[in-house]
Design a protein around this ligand. Sequence first.
Ligand code: HEM
Length: 138
Amino acid sequence: MSYLILKWAHIVAVILFCSGMLVTPWLVNALCTGPRTESQQDFLESVRGYHRMVTSPALLFLWGLGLAMAQSAQWWSHPWFRAKLVVALLLSAQHGAVSGRLRHLCHEPQRVYPPLRFPWFALGLSIVAGLVVVKPGL
Ligand code: HEM
């Protein structure tokens, strides 16, 4: 498959993943600090449905496509790529934290959490985009 087609699909997956990861913690934060009513639980279930059907598969796709591009262009030893991998791993870990929290909140209406600090995700996303476009140190 052509490199540009891989990149196109990678960017689409990145958009779907990042948009979900920027909005979902915001919605979860609004409901996670106290026990929830039945309709609030239904809303959380719906947010979790989107997370499972769109955001999580997009993460899998962006990794698969990113690895395919790295292999095709042999980016492995480039400093920008290694730094990008580290930040992408942190963003993926953040996804894991959101998934776990959504699962617990949906299963236990009485469970409460302190709000998630979602600005970290926006910061990581900006760093990744900068690394891949500027390619410092190539
Ligand atoms: C949330 C995490 C990620 C974000 C936000 C992201 C973002 C982007 C963006 C915006 C581009 C297009 C840059 C351009 O204009 O050429 C890109 C390209 C690329 N990404 Fe990702 N990416 C992420 C994760 C990954 C992962 C996990 C990998 C590898 C395992 C990866 C490998 C690549 C490669 C190899 C390119 C092509 C670089 C080039 O040809 O110049 N990305 N990424």
